[in-house]
Design a protein around this ligand. Sequence first.
Ligand SMILES: Cc1cc2nc3c(=O)[nH]c(=O)nc-3n(C[C@H](O)[C@H](O)[C@H](O)COP(=O)(O)OP(=O)(O)OC[C@H]3O[C@@H](n4cnc5c(N)ncnc54)[C@H](O)[C@@H]3O)c2cc1C
Ligand code: SF4
Length: 498
Amino acid sequence: MVEKTYDVVIVGSGAGGGAVAKELAPLCRQGLRIAVLEWGPKLRESEFTGREAEMADKLYFDSGGFLTRDRAMTLAFGRAYGGSTVVYTGTSLTLPEAVLARWGVPGLDHGDLRRRSEKYLGENNVHLLGDDALNDNNRLFAEGCRTLGYRVAQFPINVKGCHGSGLCNLGCPNAAKQGTNRVQLPAAEAAGVEVVTNCKVETIGERACTATVANPPFGEPSSWEPGRYRIRARAIVVAGGAVNSPALLLRSRLPVQLPALGRYLTAHPALILVGEHEHPITNYFGHPKSYYCDQFVDDGFLLETCMYFPFTTAKNLIGFGAEHADLMGRMDRMQMILVLAVDPALPGNRITLGHDGEPVVDYRFTDGVLDALVASQRAAARIFFAAGCRRVHAPAGASFFITADAAGRIDELITRAPFKLGKVSISSAHLMGGCRMGADAGDSVTDAWGQVHGVPWLFVADGSLFPRCSEINPYVTIMALADRVAERVRARLPELPA
Ligand SMILES: Cc1cc2nc3c(=O)[nH]c(=O)nc-3n(C[C@H](O)[C@H](O)[C@H](O)COP(=O)(O)OP(=O)(O)OC[C@H]3O[C@@H](n4cnc5c(N)ncnc54)[C@H](O)[C@@H]3O)c2cc1C
Ligand code: SF4
């Protein structure tokens, strides 16, 4: 086993890990050694091909198809230099004050979080696209919402020179999306931080971790030779994401009891809904996600524009056969809406370890979440019809298609009865919780600055910190929280032994 020594080791290079790396990078000028250990590869620019199956295999855990134990929900999260920010859509919202109040974390103040969020909105070039860059799929959603009197707003997004190729979730082939792979990690490396890719951290022990480097047959080879490593560090920051950070800590022998570890996972369970227009519309070309509707957040759901790729779309329609093939053959007429349920943080929704030491996710859908997912399909169907769709496919629909002449009977035609877990395709790309922040080790894992309770050298800096769901797209909040963690690590380092 090769031995290495650093001052700070950061596990994971996504929204959280990338932000911590860049914030701590100035310490390298004082001679401190900082490494980011990232399980995933760094793809060469030419390897971002935009091909659905190929990019899913290279950039996601389980090719984007990680399933909960009961197989009722698919979880999508990235494994790459830049983590899920390589595959996210880049919609950039700041946590509302009311949500932070519901989080109720002592010492976490909204003014502080907003200030740090705004820093990343600037750093990652967040802005609104001009009207000329919005395609029909997005415009029709906004028009439909306005016709119905639903509140609708444009998403700020983080792009620079977007070509509108619509491939954001397959890794932008045009280097336009400003994830940590484009902004924070290159800046950290330029200042002296080492980013070691293809390096999986297996366990964490007293001020040290063990890791294995293995190069896949794509991407740049790791800067470390393949093999096993023991890396000592004065401080370790875990930023592996909401599934893998709890799993890593559960695999590790920590000097404290943390009953909340792995628990309170929330996921914004999502459905992809489809309406069909009479004539082709622009949907593939153009940034895929320009508007959202938060009219129904108190009813437990959000609506967003989206445009997915053929495999993902086909998998998300229920049923198969002639009607399915008919609809898939008309993708050029499709309008799409993504619904996200606002789910409660429950102790039983949790990450545990399988016999191989890898994470297993248990997730129970409450009646409230299932009701919200059904209600969201009714709201989406109304928007589709108000936007001019001739027919709509809803997983809770009485038939595969609901046609426009039945638009007045939506409540009767979209009901809970046909909406059966395991038969409908529910997915999640917003994974939150598992190492929740809070006041003490009784019901949380870290304090409001991401320090693991009772372990002064161990920190968490990613989506697993959320004590409840964010009710909005989460990445900016993750970066803002990671910024606080970096500040605390920096302040604590002088007290931590070499
Ligand atoms: C398809 C998709 C679209 C999305 N769109 C948006 C959006 O538009 N707006 C928004 O706000 N959010 C969006 N999100 C969510 C957002 O990307 C995530 O919430 C955010 O990136 C999570 O940050 P994180 O630091 O918690 O983890 P990640 O960004 O997932 O990074 C974790 C990294 O840690 C690495 N890692 C894990 N375990 C280990 C280990 N043991 N050793 C070494 N490395 C490890 C992983 O390989 C990964 O690279 C989207 C997500 C997906 C999947
Ligand atoms: S739409 Fe813009 S950000 Fe998304 S993949 Fe295309 S160029 Fe990149």
